[in-house]
Design a protein around this ligand. Sequence first.
Ligand code: ZN
Length: 447
Amino acid sequence: MNKGRILIGQVLALSLIIFVFGNIVIVAQTYEFKNGKWFNGKEFEKKTLYSIDGVFSNKKPKEIDKTFDLKNGFVIPPFGDAHTHNLSDAKTFESQIENNLRDGNFYVQVLTNSQKSVAAIRQEVEKSPLDVLYANGGLTSTLGHPFFAFEPRAMGVKGRYWESGEKLAEIRKSRLAENDGYWFFDSKKDVDEKWDKYLAGKPDIVKIYLLDAKNQKNLSVEEKAGFKGLAPEVAEYVVKKAHESNLRVFAHIETADDLRLGTKIGVDGFAHLPGYSMNWNDSPEAAVKYDPTAEDFKKIAEKKIVVIPTLSLSKGYSYKWKSDGTRELNVERANKVATRQKKLLRLMLENDVPIAFGSDETDGTIIKEFLYVKEYNLLENLTLLQIAFETPHLMYPNRKVGKLKKGFEASFLVLDENPLENLEAIKNIKMRFKQGKFLEVNAKQNR
Ligand SMILES: [Zn+2]
């Protein structure tokens, strides 16, 4: 390791060491972190760790550039958001990068974005310390979801367009965001014809849409426009093609049968829990239609399929809109939703389903999801944090992220207080360190 080390002296108050590997020059420093209480997967233990070439080591190296006293701070792995729609807009992406880093969220998975909008900012995003995976356009059938999430915006249509038949008809005919925000794959032939063009947009991951997929055939194109997705056989074909291109596939799902279909065709992740939206209600019929069984979760765990339950999103479907444009929480429904979520989370944990947190936010960060879980007491702090720390690894399965131990990427956050005792401690981050580098953030935390 010492071979090729050139000491170039004092730069920026600290000595910089340059490692030369062929043509690649990596600037790195060796740090010692003393007096920290490090999370070991279950609790906090006092130890000294080192960051060497951006990787954790527990062995004291010969040369240390600087020693930091963590003053009994609580050290945790950084967070990840496995389901967002942010970082896609030239006007907002810089502040969103800053917000994520400030909240200790170092990894973001954008599950559907406008490919064109992202192409314009992608280089800038890649230069930032934030690691971002883009799915680009959503793969669906003609007029399926997410058509209405992209087309009206591309047309500059604002307001409650769905209340005007004329406006709706105009939108349905428009295709400004086609092959950008959404792709229409009505048949395997469509997939074959459009696949190279889709890949040319360089998606990091693939997002497919399953909306009551087994009943697709019974729906006409106009019927339930926006509330449909890929037909089962087309979805299966897309998964096969994506895997041939080494791309992981995340599926939007609505029903328990969509989840079963996704499991069967081998998707890599589910972007929601079935019944996350207003379609669910507290009835026996809804339970049959939307609730996965222990058997379903066992199969998902066996195949190591990641479930992103987007828990806080469901609260959004428990509001009643009033005529003056304000909204009011339907407390009874929100509580019923939370009771169901708690039950399904327990069932997933009992069956070792890999769970990743995702906010489904267009602007906020994953902190919203943590605080929702806490508000409704869906999980104990320890379990909540274990899932939060494992999420980045479920987004980047080939990277050694999410653990504060030898051989893992040296990335961490330091808190003043123990988050196992007080979860709110995560709102007050004292130090941010990613892959061997300190991160400075401008914006204040604790909004
Ligand atoms: Zn989403």
